[in-house]
Design a protein around this ligand. Structure first.
Ligand code: NAD
Ligand code: TYD
Length: 364
């Protein structure tokens, strides 16, 4: 029988990839996508699926309790996958308020609506699941060795990760206090199609294509553990279908890379695929070291042993393959990139990278 699943933030990067996966491979789910369409949410990400019979889009805010409760009732929501968030660390440093509002209050509002509908009003079943999508950044920063496991203590260090940590605590509290059937996933850095070009990989691809400076924070030796977004989405389905209620699962790509390594690789791939810069220089010449991010976490690395052992999930994509597909996607979706780089993005970029933008040769 068709089940209605509430996906929040389905017009963002990971949410859109997730909705695509569900609609292409899981015909027994009807997706209700609740998205506020902030700067990061883009209807174009799912435009080809807008009239799919198993898809309903709702434009709205997860902080709107009346709207969310109404959605549970009108669509008989039995499953929630919660992506909606403010997700960019740099923006959280400049303006933390929106992160507290959406990531904490918004998650609270969803939890309350689920608790009321499933548990108080008795409209739930043994099959209900509330899957909260979180990040490895809640665990803080690693030194040169060691990995984040599900038992690692929380130690968030940016307003973004602190707000995600708070939401994780609320989600767990609803399990222990009310018995809400929650699942939690903490994932490493994703890359792939539809990522907003404020994040490292699409930002560098866009700049490198246009011959603009590539701003690397600090010395470029900070390490992230990169995971192809399709692997992440498949892991979420696996946790939804087979995860033990009340448990959390770390999801990672076994793929630690220094930022500088990533940017150099992107430069080389672009040199291979698109025409040379007017200067004739390789794109690595665009690399520019800029002031470090305040509180910049040194290293993230996930031990994904639990989800591998207990649920049999492993990433399918090798980094070399995933990154080539990603570069290809951005090169063949230039209009998508041009459309998301609207006036508000130009303003953000000018503020964020003021030193670079101020250079005479620089023009957005
Ligand atoms: P994103 O910024 O690309 O998209 C966020 C989406 O949420 C957008 O569509 C936006 O419009 C929507 N949204 C924001 N505030 C909302 C509100 N108040 N009500 C309704 N919708 C709202 O984010 P993403 O990179 O796709 O991340 C999705 C989730 O995964 C987030 O919870 C993030 O913390 C988590 N995560 C992301 C990564 C990553 O590398 N991107 C890694 C681990 C975990
Ligand atoms: P980002 O994509 O913002 O993800 P997160 O901060 O959540 O890990 O950044 C990834 C890494 O790249 C991080 O160490 C910061 C670095 N970075 C730069 O060096 N320059 C940039 O312009 C950006 C956006 C990120």
């Amino acid at each position: 029988m068709t089940q209605h699943i509430l996906v929040t933030g389905g017009c963002g990067f990971i949410g859109a990839n997730f909705v695509r996966l569900l609609l292409s491979q899981y015909s027994d789910w009807h997706v209700v996508n609740l998205d506020k369409l902030t700067y990061a949410g883009n209807l174009e990400n799912l435009a080809d699926l807008a009239s799919h019979p198993s898809y309903t889009f709702v434009h709205g805010d997860i902080c709107n309790r009346a709207l969310v409760s109404d959605l549970f009732r009108s669509h008989n929501i039995q499953t929630v996958v919660h992506f909606a968030a403010e997700s960019h660390v740099d923006r959280s440093i400049v303006g933390p308020g929106a992160f507290v509002e959406t990531n904490i209050t918004g998650t609270f509002c969803l939890l309350e609506s689920a608790r009321k509908f499933w548990l108080e009003e008795g409209q739930g079943s043994g099959k209900n699941r509330f899957l909260h999508v979180s990040t490895d950044e809640v665990f803080g920063s690693l030194g040169p060795t060691g990995y984040f496991t599900e038992e690692t203590s929380y130690d968030p260090r940016s307003p973004y990760s602190a707000s995600k940590a708070a939401s994780d605590h609320l989600v767990r509290a609803y399990y222990h206090t009310y018995g809400l059937p929650i699942l939690l996933t903490n994932c490493s850095n994703n890359y792939g199609p539809y990522q907003f070009p404020e994040k490292l990989i699409p930002l560098m691809l866009n700049n490198a294509q246009h011959g603009r400076p590539l701003p690397i924070y600090g010395d470029g030796s900070n390490i992230r553990d990169w995971l192809y977004v399709v692997d992440h989405c498949e892991a979420i389905v696996r946790v939804l279908e087979q995860g033990a209620v009340g448990e959390s699962y770390n999801i990672g790509g076994h793929n630690e890379k220094k930022n500088l390594e990533i940017v150099e690789l992107l430069c080389d791939l672009l040199d291979e695929k698109v025409s040379a810069l007017p200067s004739g220089q390789p794109r690595r010449s665009l690399i520019t070291f800029v002031r470090d991010r305040p509180g910049h976490d040194r290293r993230y690395a996930i031990d994904a042993g639990k989800i591998e052992r207990e649920l049999g999930w492993r990433p399918r994509f090798k980094f070399e393959e995933g990154i080539r597909q990603t570069v290809e996607w951005y090169l063949t979706h230039r209009p998508w990139m041009d459309n998301v780089l609207d006036g508000s993005y130009q303003q953000y970029y000018a503020n964020m990278y003021a030193n670079l933008v101020g250079k005479p040769e620089y023009k957005i």
